[in-house]
Design a protein around this ligand. Structure first.
Ligand SMILES: *[C@@H]1O[C@H](CO)[C@@H](O)[C@H](O)[C@H]1NC(C)=O
Ligand SMILES: *[C@@H]1O[C@H](CO)[C@@H](O)[C@H](O)[C@H]1NC(C)=O
Ligand SMILES: *[C@@H]1O[C@H](CO)[C@@H](O)[C@H](O)[C@H]1NC(C)=O
Ligand SMILES: *[C@@H]1O[C@H](CO)[C@@H](O)[C@H](O)[C@H]1NC(C)=O
Length: 320
């Protein structure tokens, strides 16, 4: 969590506690409004929502109010809390050390993948994310003649409802160095198209896409090896993952988890080859996907039916 966010949450707490002590009704109403505004506009306050409402018992949440875009995208949980950026149609967490996003979350419905009049990817331009401090920011220059594509994490074609949504996917915090031929332009693109085609079956899909640095054995030692490009030293992830949470018409949950190596992949290889247990990707990335849903609550994971008769197990083993 960034310090500004902590200050915002802290200020709300201080303001609230002092006025509750004074017992001023009008001021309490204003605090409740401020609390709602904070939760709706600040990702970190949203993450703390339950705790904040627990503290401010006299400010109950309005359950009838429709969720704004950020709240909708994040409703099944935050995979991690590092440097969160809220854009017009996606939310991401930025890895300052590697200058690439840890994860990007999207929420897909059919209208926004169809070609809307006026929304055009050709007028969108790649540009640095000025909200990231210069020291940690990637630039177009880093990618120039690097041999890697500027690969989208949130795919541009998923955001056709509004030109701004499309434009925002071209901000470099949503971009990572990807092998072009055989990956970005082929296998990875196939996975993105496969995801959009799932909207023929499911009315809503939540997508978490991100970068991964996978340890490998080298001389019987596990190690992570990866390259960097450009003067900003932008990491080339060894893999990219994509976790799909599909919501069925009768509100059941389906999960699919993929991790693909950032290399040439034969176009004929079945995408199912790249499925992995979601826990395996969580272990490598340190992230937790859609953690507001217990794994036992899923209808299926990676195409296998989830057994609902057994007692749900704890996901983390207690310390010995
Ligand atoms: C509510 O927020 C406004 C705008 O930030 C601020 O001026 C006001 O002091 C806040 N009210 C309370 C009671 O904290
Ligand atoms: C939508 O269609 C128009 C006309 O065919 C095309 O110029 C434009 O690039 C398309 N937009 C997107 C976002 O694919
Ligand atoms: C999208 O980006 C283009 C190129 O920078 C710009 O001309 C256009 O105004 C932007 N549109 C929106 C809605 O942000
Ligand atoms: C998909 O995930 C399930 C549940 O973790 C796992 O049992 C299965 O092995 C995974 N499929 C593949 C192909 O890795």
């Amino acid at each position: 969590m960034s310090s500004e966010n902590l200050v915002a949450v802290g200020a709300a707490l201080v303001a609230a506690s002092s006025s509750f002590i004074l017992g001023q009704k009008a001021q309490n109403a204003e605090i409740c409004k401020n609390l709602t505004n904070l939760i709706e506009s600040d990702a970190y306050a949203l993450f703390l929502k339950e705790k904040l409402y627990e503290v401010f018992k006299s400010c109950p949440p309005d359950e009838t109010k429709p969720l704004n875009r950020m709240m909708k995208i994040m409703m099944y949980g935050f995979p991690g809390l590092d440097n969160i950026r809220v854009l017009s149609d996606h939310v991401l967490s930025y890895d300052r050390r590697n200058r690439v996003a840890h994860w990007v979350l999207e929420h897909l419905t059919l209208p926004c993948i169809s070609n809307q009049t006026g929304v055009n990817r050709r007028i969108a331009i790649f540009r640095s994310d000025i909200a990231i401090p210069t020291m940690f920011r990637s630039t177009n220059q880093d990618y120039y003649r690097s041999g890697f594509d500027r690969g989208h994490l949130a795919a541009a074609a998923n955001h056709k409802c509004d030109q701004q949504h499309m434009n925002d996917t071209f901000i470099l915090s949503n971009i990572a160095p990807q092998v072009g031929v055989g990956f970005n332009r082929d296998a990875w693109n196939n996975l993105e198209m496969y995801t959009r085609n799932l909207l023929d079956t499911y009315p809503e899909i939540y997508i978490c896409t991100g970068s991964m640095y996978e340890p490998k054995y080298k001389n019987s030692n596990l190690c992570v090896e990866y390259n960097f490009i450009g003067t900003s030293v932008v990491a080339v992830p060894t893999h990219f993952f994509k976790i799909l949470l599909c919501i069925t018409r009768d509100k059941k949950f389906i999960l699919e988890a993929y991790a693909m190596p950032n290399q040439y992949i034969d176009n004929n290889i079945d995408l199912k080859t790249f499925r992995r247990p979601p826990e395996a990707i969580e272990k490598i990335t340190g992230l937790q996907f859609f953690d507001k849903i217990k794994r036992s609550q899923y209808e299926s994971i990676n195409g296998s039916q989830v057994n609902h008769t057994e007692e749900p197990e704890e996901t983390t083993a207690p310390d010995p």
